[in-house]
Design a binder for this molecule. Sequence first.
Ligand SMILES: Nc1ncnc2c1ncn2[C@@H]1O[C@H](COP(=O)(O)OP(=O)(O)OP(=O)(O)O)[C@@H](O)[C@H]1O
Length: 355
Amino acid sequence: MITLSNIQVTFENGSQSVTAVQDVSLQVDAGDVYGIVGYSGAGKSTLVRVINLLQRPSAGSVVVNGQDLLALQPKELRLARKRIGMIFQHFHLMNSRTIYDNVDFPLKSSKLSKRERDLKVKQLLELVSLSDKLDAYPSQLSGGQKQRVAIARALANDPEILLCDEATSALDPKTTLSILELLKKLNRTLGLTIVIITHEMQVVKEICNKVAVMEAGRIVEQGDIVSIFSRPQNTLTRDFINTATHIEQTLDKLTSHPSLLHLKDNDMLCKISYIGDSTSEPVISELTARYRVKTNILFANVEILQQTPIGNLIVVMSGTPGDLEGALRYLQSARVDVEVINSRLFQNQKVGDPA
Ligand SMILES: Nc1ncnc2c1ncn2[C@@H]1O[C@H](COP(=O)(O)OP(=O)(O)OP(=O)(O)O)[C@@H](O)[C@H]1O
């Protein structure tokens, strides 16, 4: 549905030149909710604006719905852009117009009659749960409600794609969730393909099925959300995931205050991770039943991503050296990933390889 190939964007400001996007290729399929995550200045906004040619790339190709956008004449491009809606962090509503008029505005150039337009505006505002705000002005709405108006307006021309440029960054966490719920609903019910750029992994975790991580104009890692969350390859990706799961912060706290742990000679501080069908409860009860290894859970976090559970636990295992060794072997066979963080017996080992 969207294929970006070898995109480069360089801004020339007098004698200075800034390359905001460097050799980026990505593919968004119909029905995807594709997240692009990165810190400020990574090039996310520039890249997302390339998709509808609000930003023309200095090099590369942009194919949307089978059309090479860079080859289109201005009129054809205007038509192609109607099929790509966009929403922004600061909503970009017309403050002197009512909510009704804001949503009606993009329909003015359509072939719909006045009655059809009226029906459409009302349907769109119902879709975003704002039927009671037709006559209100943007200044009378909350941030979340303004973003709902912007979404209704972006959908006026029935686009197949919605680009979201930091659409929830100005909103509080609860309102953010309600907007993400709305986007999920639109993806499900209208089949809308969504590209969402954000600096919050929490947003990606909530809604995306695929993600690309950007740093200094490049994509450093991309893939489906379950693989990226369960086996991140890049340090930056790990950093982002940690902001959403808190596992590494907890481990740091625990290892920097070893006296809190009261580890005895044979105790092992471990991080246990699993994906999908392996679940922590039977595995941990097996450790006690089969190997007489006691397991004290210090921290547990389970995320459900795309209907797949991903679990992370920090545990202290206690037992004889032989029993602990058996327990590690058992965990490996149970396709559970174990990292021994602190143990006199098994220093910084990694065992297991969940699929
Ligand atoms: N019109 C422009 N002229 C010159 N440089 C620009 C322009 N737009 C963006 N840049 C530069 O390109 C780089 C990427 O900016 P961009 O806004 O795409 O990043 P971002 O990841 O979206 O960050 P943020 O979340 O802060 O907007 C930055 O170094 C920025 O200063």
